[in-house]
Every structure is written in C-alpha cells, then in structure tokens.
Write a protein that binds this ligand. Sequence first.
Ligand code: NAD
Ligand code: 6OD
Length: 503
Amino acid sequence: MVQVQQVAVEMEERNRPVAADILNFIDGKFVKGGSGTTFPNIDPATGRETGRVHEATREDVDRAVAAAKRALTGPWGKMTTAERIRLIAAVADEIERRSEDFLDAEVADTGKPRAVAAHIDVPRGASNFRMFADIVTTLPTESFGTPTPDGSGAINYAVRKPKGVIAVVCPWNFPLLLMTWKVGPALACGNTVIVKPSEETPRTAALLGEVMDAVGMPAGVYNVVHGFGPGAAGEFLTAHPDVDAITFTGETGTGQAIMKQAAVGVRDISFELGGKNPAIVFADADLEKAAEGISRAAFLNSGQVCLGTERVYVEQSVFEPFVAKLAAAARALKPGNKGDPHYLGPMISEDHRQKVLGYYERAIAEGAIAVTGGGVPDVDAAAAGGFWVEPTIWTGLAHDSTVMREEIFGPCCGIIPFDTEDDAISWANDTDYGLSATVWTENLSRAHRVAAAMSVGVCWVNCWFLRDLRTAFGGSGQSGIGREGGAHSLEFYTELENICVKL
Ligand code: NAD
Ligand code: 6OD
C-alpha cells in the first residue's frame, strides 16, 4: 500500500479525518512538489485553512506525463478489455465503499451541503466508472463488404485503439463528478490520464489515487498534479508535447487559452465550457412543478452549476404568480446554516463571491428590482468567515442587459415576461452560449417544437439535470466543442483505425 502523508484535522460535522497535506499522485506514488511550494486549501464555509496543497512543478508534470506514456506499453497496455474493465469496476466499488471519505473530502473543499454531495457528486463518481466500463464492452465497431474489380471482394473493418496520454483539466463546482466523467471513459478505452484538479478543490482527485492503489491499478495509469492554470501545472500539462489529447471543463476564456496550447502538435480537444442557460415557462405549465424545477436549476450548488438557469422567460399571464412562487422557494433557503435542511452552501472563494456581488450591484444599476436577496446574508458566528451571498431573483431587467448576458455562476436569476412563443424562443437563443435550456409546458406539441428550436446541447422538458450517461452531452456556440457521453465519449477517447483486407 502507498504511504499517504496525512495529518488529522477534526471535521466539525462528522469527526472524520481529512488529510491536511494534499499530495500529487505520480507514477503510483504520493509525492510533494519538487520545489516544496504549498498553497492553502480553504473551507469556503468558514474561510479557514484546512490543509496545504503541494504544488507540482514543470518537472513534476514532465514525470507524470512520462509515467503515463510508459504505462501505455506496460501491464495496463497489455491487458485484455475484460481485465481492464474488471479493474475499472473495482474502482467504482471502492469509491462506494469509501463514500464517507469522499463525502468528507468534497464537503471540506466546497462547503456544499452533505446531502448534495451524497446524492449527486459521490454516486456519480462511482457510476462514471461502472457505466463506461459497460459501454466499452457492448459497443460494436463497423464493418463493410467491399466489391473489387476481380470479383473476390474485400472486407473493411474498424478497430478502436486508445488515444494515448490524456490531460484532464477540471473545475471546482462538482470536482469528483466532473473529473470521473472524463477519467472513467478515458481509462475504459485503455488510455492513461493526468488529472489537473482545480486549485480550489484538490482533495477528491488525490483520494482517487488511494482508490487506484487499493484496486491494483498499474503505476502511471492515473496521475494527479496540483496547482494553478496559466504559467503553472495547468499550462505545463496542456502544453506538454507528449499529451495526445486534452479534455477540459471550465470557463470559456480558459478554453480559448488551452486551445492555443493544444494547437501546438495538433492535439485533439474536448471542451465543456460556460453557459447562460434559459428557462421558458408557458402559461399552460404546471406552475408548482415549474417553480420547483427552476428553483433547483437556479439555486442547487448555490447556482455554481454550468447547466443552471440564470435567465427565466415567463408567459405574461402567469408572470406574477410564478415570480411569487420562485421567490418563496428562494427565501426558504438558508445560506450559512449547516444544520438547516434548507442549507445553501457558500461561493467557492472570496474572489468568486466578489464577482457574484459585483453582478448583484450591476443588476440594480441596470434597472432591476431585487424581488428577494441581492446582498450578503446574516449568518451564525461559526460561519462568519464563509463566502456567503443571498439567493437572488430580479425582475425589470432588459433582455440585453449585462446581467442577462454574462455567466454569473451564483444563486441568482432574472425573470422577464413574454407574450408570444416566438419572442420566448428568440430571446432564449439570443446568447453567445448554447449549453442547456429548460421548457415548461403541459402541451405535448409545443414541448417538442420549442425544445427542438433551442440552440443548445441539451434541452430538458419539465425537468432539469436529469442525466443518462449514454446520451450526448456538450454545448454549442461558446459553451463547448464536441460531445461526450455514451458512444460519443468513445469517439473522443479512441482512435478508429480502418483495416481493409483483400479476399
Ligand atoms: P476555470 O476555467 O477558471 O478553471 C478550470 C481549470 O482550468 C482549473 O483547473 C484551472 O486551474 C485550469 N486552468 C486555468 N487556466 C489554464 C490554462 N491557461 N491552461 C491550463 N489550465 C488552466 O473554471 P472554474 O472557475 O474552475 O469553473 C467554473 C467554470 O466552469 C464556469 O464557467 C462553468 O460554466 C464552467 N463549467 C462548465 C461545465 C460544462 O459541462 N460545460 C461544467 C462545469 C463547469
Ligand atoms: O452530468 C454531467 O455529466 C455533467 N457534465 C454535468 C455538468 C455540470 C456542470 O456544472
């Protein structure tokens, strides 16, 4: 077993140990960074330091990439698909067995409600491995019988091969979920990976190293390097010539920087980026259901969800009752009070809180009325240092105001009335982004018509964030490049070689 350097820190809620030293995982070993530099890991719910993250240097990243490259031709590269898939299924089992440890780690990094991590982040962490292991074993490749002039014919068939060394660069909002959503299919296809978790949320990526070790994953298959983006571990990794492909989730601006880095050596990319997602509520919708669904879409994870709703278009005749219902749902949320069943978590950092509060001020300057929220809540003394904002709803904003156009990534949304279906569709689509949309109506024809008219990667009707891992996931416009999920993940994580045999 690998020796993990740990110093116990008492967890307020459950008294479980959470590592105070968060180490890189390179070539099957937990290691400090070569320069000895560390940076603080902060609990966003208290603002207090809970550990030190060991930053990877350029040389550490080089060693991780070299280890991942070596592993491709070692025992991992020689495994049959069945052997590989058994190992990946064991990773899923081990995440489930250690789910309390993963919950502690995710809550310590993000401050999110334990119930959210227990229902979304950690179970998805396990199913991202199990599901893609199943998909790899069941998906066929194509073959064609081809006529030839001599009449004997030829057979063409395709074989899938791993793409090689994959860089996985992750954000902080669903750290384990979004990392394993890439690592699961990458490993199921036989690649090796180097993960660069967000500097804000390094714990679950490191913990997954313990899982890999426990199940007997060969050294170098899964590596983790900690640090920042530009001029640091993120850039060292994505610019590395021996990285064959880069899968990235994060801000659109960061995607643009990584795209330039990927251009050198013409490496493949898959990008899941920002969003400014609309909801359309028709007068024939079940208003209770719509308010409940949009309340989740606007406030789950404190609005720090790429798929979250920040723009709501409501048919004029139901505008007032809908606003009243959504405002009641927002007022019931309790930022800062961990003991409350309606606990709403903090922003990930003080910087992010200031960004969100900047939009709260901007909204008022742009003529909004804050129906509820709009500032910083009063919280218990224990939470005083946390990065809190109030859940906020605005009316009175113009469709083309900054607040209705730019991604805020906080617990807030603007609500605008509409008169016709055409107006609702054209306003919803009038954005640089194109990640997701929701449509709320009980009219079946309208549901299909409006959903198909949305310029997005995914449209949910009368629901939100209902995920089936076999479906295509990604964004159009500035929300991303490519699709992952099911067979689409296999497209990205494999090279398809066609073999033509003359008979
Ligand atoms: P971010 O872009 O700031 O950071 C994401 C990761 O990129 C971090 O690990 C960071 O260190 C790294 N990074 C930054 N600059 C880099 C560079 N030049 N080279 C290499 N790596 C670099 O994003 P964030 O603030 O962590 O996450 C929030 C954003 O992510 C929001 O815009 C949100 O919409 C988006 N997001 C999108 C999806 C999706 O599926 N479309 C999912 C979750 C989050
Ligand atoms: O569910 C997923 O697979 C996924 N990529 C979710 C993204 C959430 C964004 O915050």
